[in-house]
Design a protein around this ligand. Structure first.
Ligand code: NAP
Length: 281
């Protein structure tokens, strides 16, 4: 189902789906693996073909769930995975990627990210990414949980100007990236991937969100996702293991927010004022 899908163009010129699927907490329990893979497959069938995972999730179990969902349809997917900072030396990145490829049952990862900044020099990690790219084991590289200063540091490395994406905590209730990171990424054509787009805690129970959802004939989750999806260069990766959630999230692509809705959302969830603040889960 490709109707109504939206795409984000990476700085390499390649379009990728704006609405994908997350996998955190999948693959933690073998008995649930089949239903988790089925939920991902449903999302894929609905056009959410960008799948985000990490070596960390379920200690590799989530990558195995992704492999199950991708069985027979790998070429139609854009798979994102992440390396732990403690594995991010130039040799460590390569070894971690080989392990991920095995669990993912594939020969390449489409976008490989440094999960967060640790003590390893960034130049070492980039060297590992470049080697993997030369060997065809990853197609693009990027980072996660990097603030604006981290991004500028990475970009200034020799060969750093090909970083494709920064994956950060960004939702209606956590708008910190808008202060200086989002403008920087737009200027440099680095895609922002918004993680935890549905928020944690009570965000979806907010009264203003509920009112807008009623007006649009949508659900609060769809409004929260539509608000992110309307922003240029932003990839959104909700995680859903229940099929009803998967279908609902896909429906966010059909929701158009009006100026009135956006003003009401700004009142309920004010944009950041005054300084950079990037949260992390
Ligand atoms: N780079 C990083 O450091 C980082 C950190 C956190 C997350 N991530 C990535 O971002 C993805 C998404 O973030 P997240 O998993 O933290 O949070 P999220 O996608 O905002 O929320 C997931 C939770 O919301 C529920 N849900 C899904 N669709 C819903 C709907 N339509 N209505 C109501 N509830 C719904 C899910 O339930 P069910 O599963 O029961 O359907 C699950 O409990 C992760 O899975 C991961 O891939 C990256």
């Amino acid at each position: 189902m490709t109707e109504g899908l939206r795409f984000v163009t990476l700085r390499s010129g390649e379009p990728v789906p704006a609405l994908g699927q997350g996998t955190w907490h999948m693959g933690e329990n073998r008995r649930r693996a089949a239903e988790e893979a089925a939920a991902l497959r449903l999302g894929i069938d609905l056009g959410m073909t960008l799948i985000d995972t990490a070596e960390m999730y379920g200690s590799g179990g989530a990558e195995e769930v992704v492999a199950r969902a991708a069985d027979g349809i790998r070429d139609g997917l854009f798979i994102v995975s992440k390396v732990y900072p403690h594995n991010a030396s130039s040799a460590g990145v390569v070894a971690a990627c080989e392990r991920s490829l095995k669990r993912l049952a594939t020969d390449r990862i489409d976008l490989y990210l440094l999960h967060w900044r640790g003590s390893m020099p960034l130049a070492e990690t980039l060297e590992g990414f470049q080697r993997l790219e030369r060997d065809g084991k990853i197609r693009h590289h990027g980072v996660s949980n990097f603030d604006r200063a981290d991004m500028a540091e990475w970009e200034a490395l020799q060969g750093g100007g090909t970083v494709a994406a920064d994956q950060v905590l960004y939702n209606l209730g956590r708008r910190g990236p808008e202060w200086d990171l989002v403008p920087w990424c737009r200027e440099h054509q680095v895609a922002i991937t918004a993680y935890t787009p549905l928020g944690t805690g009570g965000m979806l129970a907010n009264a203003a969100l509920g009112e807008i959802a009623r007006r649009r004939g949508a659900t609060p989750a769809q409004i929260a996702l539509a608000w992110l999806l309307r922003q240029e260069g932003t990839i959104v990766i909700p995680k859903a293991s229940r099929p009803e959630h998967v279908g609902e999230n896909r429906g966010a692509l059909d929701v158009s927010l009006t100026e009135e809705d956006l003003t009401a959302l700004d009142r309920a969830f004010p944009p950041p004022r005054g300084q950079s603040s990037l949260g992390m889960l």
